[in-house]
Design a protein around this ligand. Structure first.
Ligand SMILES: *[C@@H]1O[C@H](CO)[C@@H](O)[C@H](O)[C@H]1NC(C)=O
Ligand SMILES: *[C@@H]1O[C@H](CO)[C@@H](O)[C@H](O)[C@H]1NC(C)=O
Ligand SMILES: *[C@@H]1O[C@H](CO)[C@@H](O)[C@H](O)[C@H]1NC(C)=O
Ligand SMILES: *[C@@H]1O[C@H](CO)[C@@H](O)[C@H](O)[C@H]1NC(C)=O
Ligand SMILES: *[C@@H]1O[C@H](CO)[C@@H](O)[C@H](O)[C@H]1NC(C)=O
Ligand SMILES: [Ca+2]
Length: 527
């Protein structure tokens, strides 16, 4: 009780915000020691760490140089884009620079001179790292916002993509979706993918420049309008299935599908005023470190969590070697306010002194044997400490005991082997005639046919006689007039009527021929 009281006094960290520190040095009755907490890195301006790709090739203006005009000045087409002139070029990197006071710098697409072919462009942002969004994504368009666009996200470094939000001046027409607003979502629909008309209508190109993905409005569903009740948000992020993942991305893609039209229909006689121009893309978020790190650094071109709690990996997604006495778990925001670190533990440490080599999360006390044993060992292990392989599996000699690959399936051939168990080097126990580590081969002088059978005939010792041919070591195909396993018996030897009763001359001719053959093969009579 005294010990507990001491803990309570000391374990509240001197935190500036929530989940800021991963550990602190505290003094208890047992002396000083580390206390561990769930922790996460601070939110950052993610555009500083992004790689961008603009598709298709040739969509960026200026190669060859071209003129464009604006919706405000549709017939004064004196603006010029020229990729070879730094003052007139509009490369993708200008979406991520810091804007000086005054003039905006922007990426710009070619104009819509190919109308009515659609003017399509993809802007793909990649971090090569899972990011948790903490604020709105804000995309700033100069000269008007697209009338149709889509935001997509990937969670696996661009292998698969999912819609994140649809934007159109008419959602029904563009995407067959009803228009919705994020502000109208409820606690049960906070992670709904919707189509919004709020950012696509023409309002004059200078007035409304931004397109948003509203992270704050979605957070506010749980944390209140000023995000004051973050505890409630963190509780929801922990408990509502898929909510945390909804705000997690490794990549984002803006699919620009139709440019600003200046509030009217497309005027074919002046297509130089239709194009995309993006001056800034603001993405605010934090590295996803599974609540095992409070620092995230940019190393060798990628963001990397500085993992604590004896975890490792880009997202602190696994336990360090020799710290796998239980399975890896993400830290938890709960219980409030410090959460649970769910740290990885050294092999042989705590956990009721029951080592499970990371193959089980649970131990149980067996009363009548007076032992503590691991429960439901995973990765095909078994035993009190999950230290053995299940029957039908054998120990992977190149893997540590705490490796997920520690047990390899025996994979014995079902027909060739006695059972599906094997010895420590993976050798199965073979039935008669079978061989090989998995018993899927036959010994010499055996042939495979749903198992190994001894050869009936072959080319060496068990030759077919009297011109018979050996068929797949299984039987001799005998010429007319002979029979027996090796064609060793003449039919007329056995049954006289086979010789005399044979109708026509063919039969007797054959007998003569075979007789001659027999003369050249002394010894056959002995058989
Ligand atoms: C944009 O990306 C989507 C997939 O997310 C792809 O289907 C489409 O072809 C791309 N468009 C262009 C213009 O590259
Ligand atoms: C992505 O990050 C991983 C881990 O930091 C690194 O090994 C890999 O080289 C990076 N890939 C690219 C394309 O930057
Ligand atoms: C991680 O391992 C080190 C070295 O054994 C140990 O001092 C530390 O307490 C461990 N941390 C956690 C959170 O278990
Ligand atoms: C044995 O373990 C090593 C190390 O984990 C692993 O790379 C290898 O794939 C495993 N072998 C088999 C056959 O599973
Ligand atoms: C496993 O069986 C094979 C074949 O019988 C044998 O060569 C090997 O030495 C055995 N390994 C062990 C560890 O017993
Ligand atoms: Ca810019």
């Amino acid at each position: 009780m005294l010990y507990l009281a001491a803990l309570l006094v000391h374990c509240v960290p001197l935190a500036m915000g929530q989940y800021d520190i991963c550990k602190s040095w505290v003094t208890t009755d047992d002396g000083p020691s580390w206390e561990f907490y769930a922790c996460q890195p601070k939110a950052m301006r993610m555009k500083d760490y992004v790689t961008v790709r603009v598709d298709p090739a040739g969509i960026t203006c200026g190669d060859p140089p071209e003129r464009f005009c604006t919706h405000e000045n549709p017939y004064l087409c004196s603006d010029e884009c020229d990729a070879s002139n730094p003052d007139l070029a509009h490369p993708p990197k200008l979406m991520f620079d810091s804007e000086d006071e005054g003039l905006a710098t922007y990426w710009q697409s070619v104009t819509w001179r190919r109308y009515p072919e659609p003017l399509l462009a993809n802007i793909t942002l990649s971090w090569n790292k899972s990011i948790e969004l903490t604020d709105d994504i804000v995309i700033t368009f100069e000269y008007g916002r697209p009338t149709i666009m889509m935001l997509e996200k990937s969670l696996d470094n661009g292998r698969t993509w999912h819609p994140y939000q649809y934007y159109a001046d008419d959602c029904m027409e563009a995407f067959s979706m009803p228009a919705r607003r994020v502000r109208d979502l409820s606690t049960t629909s906070a992670n709904r993918v919707l189509c919004t008309e709020e950012y696509s209508r023409w309002a004059g190109s200078k007035k409304e420049k931004t397109v948003r993905f509203e992270v704050r409005d979605r957070f506010a569903i749980f944390a209140g309008p000023d995000l004051k009740n973050m505890d409630n948000l963190y509780t929801r992020l922990e408990s509502a299935k898929g909510l945390k993942d909804f705000f997690t991305v490794t990549d984002l893609r803006m699919r620009l599908l139709r440019p600003a039209l200046g509030g009217t229909y497309v005027q074919r006689e002046n297509l130089y005023k239709y194009f995309y121009a993006v001056s800034n893309i603001e993405v605010t978020g934090r590295c996803k470190c599974n609540l095992h790190a409070n620092l995230c650094t940019f190393k060798e071109g990628s963001l990397q969590c500085e993992c604590e709690h004896n975890t490792t990996g880009q997202d602190c997604g696994k336990c360090k070697k020799n710290f796998r006495s239980r399975s890896w778990r993400a830290g938890s925001y709960l219980p409030l306010p410090n959460g649970s670190p769910n740290a990885c533990a050294a092999a042989g440490s705590a956990f009721g002194n029951c080592e499970c080599y990371g193959h089980s999360n649970r131990c149980s006390y067996i009363d009548f044997l007076n032992v503590v044993t691991c429960v439901s060992c995973k990765h095909n292990t078994r035993g009190q400490h999950c230290q053995h392989c299940r029957l039908g599996f054998y120990r992977n000699s190149s893997a540590e005991l705490d490796d997920e690959n520690v047990c390899i399936e025996c994979n014995c051939n079902q027909i060739g082997s006695m059972h599906d168990r094997c010895n420590e080097t993976g050798y199965c126990e073979c039935r008669e005639g079978a061989t090989g580590p998995k018993c899927d081969d036959c010994l010499p002088n055996y042939y495979w046919r749903q198992g190994c059978f001894p050869n009936v005939c072959d080319d060496e010792l068990l030759l077919c006689q009297n011109g018979g041919t050996c068929y797949q070591n299984q039987r001799c195909i005998c010429p007319v007039g002979f029979k027996g396993v090796l064609c060793q018996q003449s039919r007329c030897e056995v049954d006289k009527k086979d010789c005399d009763g044979a109708p026509g001359a063919g039969g007797s001719l054959a007998t003569v021929a075979l007789g001659l053959l027999a003369l050249r093969l002394p010894g056959w009579v002995d058989l």
